[in-house]
Ligand binder design. Structure first.
Ligand code: EPU
Length: 332
């Protein structure tokens, strides 16, 4: 176990905000986590993954927990469906790469998403028509409130678009491992427009296509700090969609009709229509190729730069379209 006081978190958030926490603990297994003397730790206690969906708005006064539970175990019973158990600290994309290399279908559309397995389960990560909830069977946790281990079925996890019971419970549960079910049988999911016509002969070929799309649109985490999509795609009524259409004559508003009749509108499109691509606040900027992403353009952007840009985007989109964007990125 690693335990550090007054610890620099720059390497633990993909936005690369230069912030510190009072205490940082990285544990190797559930026993180490369960054995911590929580009452003696600086508060609040928060768990992070790779810090790829987080904005630290200031120094964190409490304890940051991080998982180094990194096992991947195949429970192969010779059936088409293969149960796989992965530790909460496994890098999500390492897991996807490994599943694809074993020709197992299910996770390939979720290639190159930053973050770790535990955070994927909390956030219900999704891309290219697939969400984490589509391939998970169960989630094992440590309950920080009751100080005991527990397991949840998918139904109990309460998954929705970037939502879960774990998010609702605001830090109560630490995901220690997940049980996925992947398949030997081909089951490509190519409904997302950018994927139609790609080579779907193997999970690896789909993974290669997804990686090519993402590399073309999203900043390379190696050289530009960001937290991926900064806002959620707003879900609005058909009437509100009609109002938006009315304000952009001659243009078809991109939208996706949800079961129940509400519509999801790409936040990227709304931001783009407001002419905010490349907009800057201090060292932070709206990414040119995908305006849903805010980047640490200068490399030394401060949390306040990002917050200022966020305020400006929300106000401008609201003024123009009457839609209030909400951040996808968690603010700490
Ligand atoms: N668009 C523009 N201008 C642009 C770019 C995009 O108008 O410059 C519009 C277009 O209409 C485009 C639409 O935005 O068709 C949607 O863009 P895209 O397909 O790239 O996806 P997104 O809705 O912006 C979501 C996820 C991404 C995920 C992609 C692909 C959210 C908040 N984001 O983005 O997830 O990779 O779909 O499935 O749901 C992340 O969460 O960090 C993330 C990257």
């Amino acid at each position: 176990m690693k335990l550090m006081y007054d610890y620099d978190l720059s390497a633990h958030n993909t936005f690369r905000m230069k912030v510190r926490c009072a205490c940082y603990i990285e544990y190797e297994n559930v026993e180490e986590l369960a054995g911590l003397d929580f009452d003696s730790l600086p508060r609040p206690v928060r768990h992070i993954g790779e810090g790829s969906n987080l904005l630290f708005t200031k120094d964190f006064p409490g304890t940051i927990l991080h998982s180094a539970i990194r096992h991947i175990k195949y429970v192969d019973m010779g059936l088409d469906e293969v149960p796989v158990i992965a530790g909460g600290g496994v890098r999500w994309d390492n897991l996807v790469a490994e599943l694809c290399s074993h020709s197992l279908w299910g996770a390939e559309n979720l290639s190159l998403i930053p973050g770790e397995v535990g955070a994927a389960a909390v956030q219900n990560i999704g891309a290219y028509g697939v969400e984490f909830k589509d391939i998970v069977s169960g989630v094992s946790c440590f309950d920080l409130q009751e100080r005991r281990r527990c397991k949840f079925t998918v139904a109990e996890c309460g998954y929705g678009y970037r939502e879960s019971m774990f998010k609702e419970a605001a830090g109560r549960y630490v995901v220690t491992s997940v049980l996925l079910r992947v398949s030997r049988k081909a089951r490509p999911r190519l409904e997302y427009k950018g994927l139609s016509g790609v080579d779907a002969s193997s999970p690896q070929s789909v993974r290669d296509a997804v990686i090519a799309i993402r590399r073309g649109k999203l900043p390379d985490p190696e050289d530009t700090g960001s937290a991926g999509s900064f806002f959620k795609n707003p879900v609005i009524s058909a009437i509100d969609l009609a109002w938006i259409s009315d304000s952009v004559p001659g243009v078809t508003v991109p939208h996706f009709i949800l079961p129940g009749g509400m519509v999801k509108v790409p936040a990227a499109w709304l931001i783009d229509q407001c002419g905010l691509k490349g907009e800057k606040a201090g060292g932070a900027a709206v990414y040119e190729k995908q305006p849903l992403v805010i980047v640490n353009a200068s490399g030394d952007a401060a949390p306040d730069d990002v917050l200022e840009l966020e305020r400006r985007i929300v106000a401008t989109v609201h003024e123009r379209f009457g839609v209030t964007l909400s951040p996808e990125v968690e603010h700490l």
